[in-house]
Design a protein around this ligand. Structure first.
Ligand SMILES: Nc1ncnc2c1ncn2[C@@H]1O[C@H](COP(=O)(O)OP(=O)(O)O)[C@@H](O)[C@H]1O
Ligand SMILES: [Mg+2]
Length: 393
């Protein structure tokens, strides 16, 4: 059928034509935001799930919901190798400048900008130096000790006071939290703790791979008190069906029932795969309804396309030893796998490959669902590697 009207949206962070099966999270978001805005205690949350389950898409939706609820919201992503303050500062600066309205000068907002400047100076981060610089001196003695666990709470408290002075609230939404360094995550937890103690209208919502849960380290007990970690996973069968059927129906296109069943079966209900199968089934079909045969044909093209993009992107950045580790895991099946089993498949001692496992966890390729177990962070990655024997180091 006409590829121009193809409604499906495979791609990292691509807004799906139908956001299926996520009402619980969205409802929880609305409640949390409303409570925080009213200065009531609320447990915030970090969405936890494998790659391609729809975490980024949810965070985008959460940002919209926050803005609809009258929040100033910022959505940031923590890329590998960039510090959390560097990532947060430009957004915090933008929010404070928005609060700093020219007509109604507010001393609390001014003061927050000074705190932000002191914080940035201390960390030697330049964020729009020129704009913050105009008439604003850095504050002294607040958020400028050089110890992030003291300074980030000071900074978020200042932001919270500014928001409160302007009768609004601030949502900081952070994606790919698993790449935040442990010390920075700990500082973030302390900052959220401070805000909640002072009942300031600031909420931090995050998302990331399962390893983010282990980041809390020594601030673990705070983290557990302040955050829930809702699991975002594959869609339940009826939601997976809706994710395929609804977008087509809006274009006047139907599916044969066994075509949908087949697509849900091969994708296991994983959102990214559903988009990919929907997209390729649409293009394979000559006319409505989309048949089981069209889906079977799509399986070929969808897999080829996933192998070139979704599966491949991060694999290319691994060292030969890391690749060998993953091939050994894949050889054992979908997992999770015991470290001992992976080691024996590689014919080496467990201790000798522990560093490789750690670096794979840091790079977001695998995680540890239970002590001594290792699993892929990408669904069906074992099958991908089975198809890619030529990439074996
Ligand atoms: N609830 C959903 N229903 C249907 N498709 C979805 C849903 N959530 C995400 N998707 C699709 O899945 C793909 C991956 O979404 P993304 O948010 O990038 O996942 P993640 O951030 O967890 O890796 C995108 O193509 C998106 O359109
Ligand atoms: Mg994402």
């Amino acid at each position: 059928m006409d590829p121009i009207t193809n409604p499906y949206a495979p791609g990292a962070g691509s807004q799906p034509p139908e956001l299926a099966g996520r009402n619980d999270v969205l409802e929880r978001t609305r409640i949390t935001l409303a409570r925080v805005k009213q200065g009531r205690p609320a447990k915030s949350f970090m969405l936890v799930g494998l790659r391609g389950v729809g975490k980024t898409v949810l965070l985008n939706r959460i940002q919209e919901i926050a803005e609809e609820a009258g929040y100033r919201a910022a959505l940031v992503e923590t890329p590998e190798g960039k510090s959390l303050p560097e990532v947060l500062l430009p957004s915090l600066r933008r929010i404070l400048l928005q609060l700093d309205s020219k007509e109604k000068v507010n001393e609390v907002v001014k003061r927050s900008l000074m705190v932000l400047k002191g914080f940035a100076n201390t960390l030697k981060i330049t964020v729009g130096e020129v704009e913050i610089g105009l008439g604003i001196d850095p504050a002294h003695g607040v958020a400028d000790s050089g110890d992030l666990e003291a300074d980030l709470p000071d900074l978020l408290e200042a932001v919270g006071r500014a928001a409160k002075a302007r009768d609004t609230a601030v949502a900081l939404i952070i994606d790919e939290v698993q790449y935040v360094a442990e010390a920075e995550f700990s500082a973030l937890i302390m900052a959220v703790h401070r805000i909640s103690q002072k009942q300031l209208p600031v909420v931090v919502i995050g998302a990331g791979l399962p390893q983010l849960v282990g980041l809390a380290g020594k601030s673990k007990s705070y983290a557990e008190r302040l955050f829930d970690y809702p699991q975002i996973g594959a869609l339940a069968p009826t939601d997976a069906q809706a994710a395929l059927i609804e977008p087509a129906r809006r274009e006047g296109v139907l599916y044969e029932p066994d075509a949908v069943d087949e697509a849900v079966r091969v994708t296991n209900g994983y959102p990214y795969f559903l988009q990919e199968w929907g997209y390729h089934s649409w293009n394979a079909a000559i006319h409505s309804p989309i048949t089981r045969n069209d889906v079977a044909q799509a399986t070929q093209t969808a897999l080829a396309s996933l192998d070139e993009s979704f599966f491949r992107v991060r694999f290319d950045r691994l060292t030969p030893r890391e690749k060998a580790y993953l091939f050994a895991m894949a050889g054992l099946g979908s997992g999770p796998h015991r470290s001992g089993d992976i080691a024996s498949r590689l014919n080496v001692a467990v201790e000798s490959i522990a560093p490789v496992r750690s670096s794979l966890i840091k790079k977001g390729m695998v995680f540890s669902p239970a002590h001594g177990d290792t699993a892929f962070t990408v669904p069906m990655f074992d099958e991908y590697l089975a198809r890619q024997q030529h990439l074996k180091p």
